[in-house]
Design a binder for this molecule. Structure first.
Ligand code: 13P
Length: 248
């Protein structure tokens, strides 16, 4: 399975620094070989200009969220057809920051993923436990329930990627141990196989949460870790490229 390294810039980047970051990434991509698929998910305001820079390159564009509806009276939202129209091939749905900031439930996340599929986009569906849930021994139950609630029937190996992001590891510099990451990824793999017998084994499972150049190789070497969803370190093109270069 080709690993996927995805950059989630979150709510960071104005026109010039965003474009400079992408130009720098593209210069690394042009000058070196890489063993992974690469996606950049800038804020919505930069999608059109960055789409122009990425045309003809192997780096794909992704949105950070989409509405479940295709169009309509939803002020401030962006739909999956709009993302496809601007050149996106991917969209992140159900990030823990949206689940918290916008009270997105599993059902909402599932309908967003279905909308992404209907527009030909690959949904990067995020799941992950809080620190309290981990301390309470609930990690697998929480992640299992999120998967059941957030993955629509339309899932296949091409249109869906699952991202495991423990909330307590996001932006904190802390990560689970390699064994803990492996345990959750194997569990997600089993759930995917059970729910989608034809394709589940080929759905990529990304790890996210304080991935950086210094820990990427160890995380990406884990059997069922099929890539990474990178926040803070993706804001530096050299660090993000170093993570891309850490793929086995
Ligand atoms: P950090 O890499 O900054 O911990 O963020 C992870 C994340 O939330 C990616 O979606």
């Amino acid at each position: 399975m080709t690993p996927l390294i995805a950059a989630n810039w979150k709510m960071n980047g104005l026109g010039r620094d965003g474009k400079d970051r992408v130009r720098k990434l593209l210069s690394h991509v042009a000058a070196n070989k890489h063993k992974c698929d690469i996606v950049v998910c800038p804020p919505a305001t930069l999608l059109a200009s960055i789409a122009g820079l990425l045309t003809g390159s192997p780096v794909a564009l992704g949105g950070q969220d989409c509405h479940a509806a295709g169009s309509g009276a939803h002020t401030g939202d962006v739909s999956a057809p709009m993302l496809a129209d601007v050149g996106c091939r991917h969209v992140i749905v159900g990030h823990s920051e949206r689940r918290a900031d916008h009270r997105e439930t599993d059902a909402v996340v599932g309908s967003k993923a279905a909308a992404a599929h209907a527009s030909g986009l690959t949904a990067i569906v995020c799941v992950g436990e809080s620190e309290n849930q981990r301390d309470g021994g609930e990690t697998l139950a929480v992640v299992g329930a999120q998967l059941v609630g957030s993955l629509p029937h339309s899932v296949n190996a091409e249109n869906t990627v699952v991202a495991y992001e423990p909330i307590w590891a996001i932006g904190t510099g802390r990560t689970p141990t390699l064994d803990e990451v492996s345990q959750v990824h194997e569990f997600i793999g089993e759930k995917l196989r059970d729910a989608f017998p034809d394709d589940g084994d080929r759905v990529r499972i990304l790890y996210g949460g304080s991935v950086k150049p210094s820990n990427a190789a160890d995380l990406l070497a884990i059997q069922r870790v099929n890539g990474a969803l990178v926040g803070g370190a993706s804001l530096n093109a050299d660090d993000f490229w170093a993570i891309c270069q850490s793929c086995p």
